[in-house]
Design a protein around this ligand. Structure first.
Ligand SMILES: NC(=O)c1ccc[n+]([C@@H]2O[C@H](COP(=O)([O-])OP(=O)(O)OC[C@H]3O[C@@H](n4cnc5c(N)ncnc54)[C@H](O)[C@@H]3O)[C@@H](O)[C@H]2O)c1
Length: 353
């Protein structure tokens, strides 16, 4: 086997821990350095993982003898930290969203090309078993001509970290569209192979989180609320995307709404349709023996998506594979999200350039 890949992790919060766990489970990777701005958090994870090289300043970590870094800090730091890492010759596995907007994402993509380093975007949902299986079916033509997708992810009361960075536009770039929509847009485009979004007509709403003290909920990821913080992002978005004149996608993405919780990406082709990320086993709606037929697939789990992401990142760093989610794809997703917000603000359809 090729030499051990030495990786660093910048940001040891909720997702940094998940990256560390994934790296520990992939052969040929050594976690060689850690960084977090909070010294206590850094010490705790350093001791737990047995990593002695610990830094509170990411620029110091980038001076150490490592091949690659996971970038797991908040969205507003993605561009700055990514470009600094690429400049110092490190491959990067960059958490989603790729950046605050498409302009920043493009800067990162171009830096990757300039320094000849791997930029893999942390679009982990496409590593899920159903997404991988359906992608294979699409490649084999089982769906025929894919002409429409429905993308839905609705939480009843799921605003994360109310008042913290999630709900502060200057730190996050937006609400559920950039936090969750980014995963579902990426997975829909990946599975269908439709990477040419051309027009977006959308509307976003903020009906629950703006007045923080009146928000009623049962649990809160990254809580409790910080009532002295900021909540200035949307909590619901809906819209319609055209992929040239041949295919379309409707979407609804919400942190909070007065309806039942729902999640799926539905793909409609002229030979078959299906849903992934839904609450029922993946079923092909198709025809068989001259009749409409529902075929429910039996399949083995392909394993943990974060482990698959880490394994593919290591292979890309060694030059064995292309990154599991490329910078170019990340830029396309960010352009689509920019267009959602621009369409909502201007109340008109936006053409993606
Ligand atoms: N792939 C997924 O499913 C998924 C899930 C959650 C979060 N994320 C993404 O991961 C990123 C981080 O989210 P999180 O929920 O882990 O946030 P978090 O707040 O839990 O963790 C961020 C960490 O970065 C540290 N930090 C902040 N500024 C720093 C700096 N200048 N230098 C070093 N460390 C610094 C913080 O102390 C904190 O420990 C976000 O971009 C988020 O969108 C992805």
């Amino acid at each position: 086997m090729s030499k051990e890949l030495k990786v660093g992790i910048i940001g040891m919060g909720a997702i940094g821990k998940v990256h560390a766990d994934a790296y520990q489970n992939v052969e040929g990777i050594e976690i060689a350095a850690l960084c977090d701005a909070l010294p206590d958090r850094l010490r705790e994870h350093g001791e737990r993982l047995g990593v002695a090289a610990r830094f509170t300043d990411y620029r110091e970590l980038l001076k150490s003898d490592i091949d690659a870094v996971s970038i797991c800090v908040g969205n507003a730091l993605h561009r700055e930290v990514s470009i600094a890492a690429l400049e110092t010759g490190k491959h990067i596995l960059l958490e989603k969203p790729m950046a605050m907007n498409a302009a920043e994402a493009t800067d990162i993509k171009e830096a990757g090309e300039r320094y000849g380093k791997v930029v893999q975007v942390g679009m982990v949902r496409r590593q899920a078993t159903e997404a991988q299986i359906v992608r294979g079916m699409v490649e084999r033509g089982l769906f025929g001509d894919i002409y429409h997708m429905r993308t839905v992810l609705i939480r009843r009361r799921g605003i994360p970290g109310l008042g913290g960075w999630f709900t502060t536009r200057a730190e996050s770039g937006g609400g559920p569209m950039i936090d969750l929509g980014v995963h579902y847009f990426d997975a829909a485009m990946y599975v269908s192979g439709l990477w040419n979004p051309t027009h977006v007509s959308a509307k976003t709403y903020a009906k629950f989180g703006r007045d923080m003290r009146s928000y009623r909920y049962t649990s809160m990821w990254a809580g409790p609320p910080k009532f002295d913080g900021v909540s200035d992002v949307e909590d619901y978005s809906t819209g319609f995307i055209r992929f040239g004149d041949k295919a379309t996608m409707s979407f609804e993405i919400a942190w909070a709404a007065n309806t039942c919780e729902e999640s799926f990406i539905e793909i409609l082709g002229d030979k078959a349709g299906t849903r992934i990320f839904g609450s029922t086993p993946m079923t092909l709606w198709t025809e068989h023996d001259d009749r409409p037929a529902d075929i429910t697939h039996k399949y083995a789990d392909l394993g943990k998506p974060f482990h698959a992401q880490a394994r593919k990142f290591a292979a890309a760093c060694r030059g064995e594979e292309k990154p599991a989610a490329t910078a170019a794809e990340g830029v396309t997703v960010m352009k689509t999200i920019d267009a959602v917000y621009a369409s909502s603000e201007s109340n008109r359809e936006i053409e993606i350039s």
